[in-house]
Design a protein around this ligand. Structure first.
Ligand code: FES
Length: 394
């Protein structure tokens, strides 16, 4: 069965043909006649294994990252959990086509964003994008070396998580600090930060358009009753109680999107991808679907509200486990999944607009970024935020 056709028309693996030729970051621009890039846009994300064989090392990096999660005796327990989970996760990547498409989407987004920036902000151009992943190639330190080799004058660190979490965005920023803390920034390189953008109007419009694309597939008579479930990756409750801003920022995006849609349908924010035995933020996406089916709901649209491109949590968890297997079990009449922003033209405009506004803002770093969670006990956060405060300038 072609799940892409059912749940995400216009996106997914079949769109690879549009992006297959974009491999490592910025390659097409390097080959063009463009002059030396002046502004580098460093796009931070978690990343994903491009090939099934890379799953083991990807999980190992996640499980041993103390900014992402804190386990007892992590240096031993982390590798043990990674090894134990590798076969099951490899199977999932095989089922979505043999690897994560996140690098290909990131490169396409970066390429299109820089083309737009060259038009709307020629004074800071030429622009070049760089992808820096936390757990998969291209890893952050390798990309930073590339950026230095290109002699970039101004590097804008642009988190590709619209909503900030210390476990994801925070870990990526800490990795940059970790790279520079002992060697210092290259002479003449300016650094500045875009750390979050949960309420950007074009981001909200992108999600609204993705939802409208799916609403078209429901009969006029039942369209207004379709339940829209916004699904975001959950976090452990201990992170939430420490003060992580992520849940409130995800909720802010949801309200922006529903406002854009004039609150046309019932909706709820739900949370997916819990792992391990500790309590995490709910309600969980699958349990919420079950709950609404019990309440008589028969039609759903699932919206991945915290992911800007397709990856394992959309292509496997949402499409296969919920929209296919669970829907079948619960005899749901119709369930569809909105595509991630991917290469939607409004989303590309959003990325370029965020960078342009940042360049004009005169604010190299936000007061929110340099403020730690009220109950933060991670010394990396303190050192990293102190370092960025000293080294970011516009
Ligand atoms: Fe949030 Fe350290 S855990 S700033």
């Amino acid at each position: 069965m072609n799940l892409c056709k059912i749940y995400s028309p216009g996106t997914c693996l079949r769109n690879y043909k549009f992006i297959r030729n974009l491999s490592m970051s910025g390659q097409r621009r390097e080959n063009s006649k463009d002059s030396k890039p002046k502004t580098g846009i460093l796009m931070l994300n978690m990343g994903g294994p491009s090939k099934v064989e890379q799953v083991g090392e990807y999980l190992l990096r996640i499980m041993t990252d103390r900014d992402m999660m804190q386990l007892p005796i992590q240096s031993k327990l982390g590798p043990w959990i990674a090894k134990r989970r590798t076969p099951e996760v490899m199977k999932k990547y095989s089922e979505i086509g043999g690897g994560s498409p996140i690098l290909k989407w990131s490169n396409l987004q970066g390429e299109l964003m820089c083309q737009e920036l060259d038009k709307i902000s020629p004074e800071s151009g030429p622009h070049k994008h760089y992808v820096a992943f936390r757990y998969a190639d291209p890893l952050t330190d390798v990309t930073l070396q590339q950026l230095e080799a290109d002699g970039i004058e101004h590097t804008i660190i642009f988190s590709q998580y619209p909503q900030y979490s210390c476990a994801t965005s925070g870990s990526s920023f800490n990795a940059i600090w970790n790279y520079y803390k002992n060697r210092g920034l290259p002479k003449n390189m300016k650094l500045s930060i875009i750390d979050r953008w949960p309420t950007h109007s074009l981001l909200a419009r992108t999600f609204a358009e993705r939802i409208k694309d799916q609403l078209k597939h429901f009969d006029e008579k039942i369209k207004k009753d379709v339940m829209i479930l916004f699904s975001a990756h959950s976090i452990p409750l201990k992170n939430l109680n420490r003060g992580d801003a992520y849940p409130s920022e995800v909720a802010a995006t949801v309200h922006m999107v529903m406002n854009e849609l004039n609150y046309c349908n019932p909706y709820h924010l739900v949370w997916q991808s819990k792992v391990g035995p500790l309590p995490w933020l709910g309600p969980f996406t699958d349990e919420a679907i079950r709950g609404y089916v019990k309440q008589g709901k028969k039609h759903f649209i699932i919206v991945p509200i915290a992911f800007v491109n397709e990856h394992i949590e959309t292509l496997h968890e949402l499409d296969i486990e919920y929209c296919d297997e669970l829907a079948h079990e619960l005899k749901i009449e119709k369930i569809r999944r909105a595509a991630a922003p991917n290469d939607h033209p409004l989303f590309i405009q959003a990325l370029a607009d965020i960078v342009k506004n940042h360049l004009h803002s005169k604010s190299a770093i936000s007061p929110k970024f340099i403020t730690r969670c009220p109950h933060c006990v991670n010394t990396n956060c303190l050192s990293s935020k102190t370092w960025f405060s000293k080294n970011c300038h516009l």
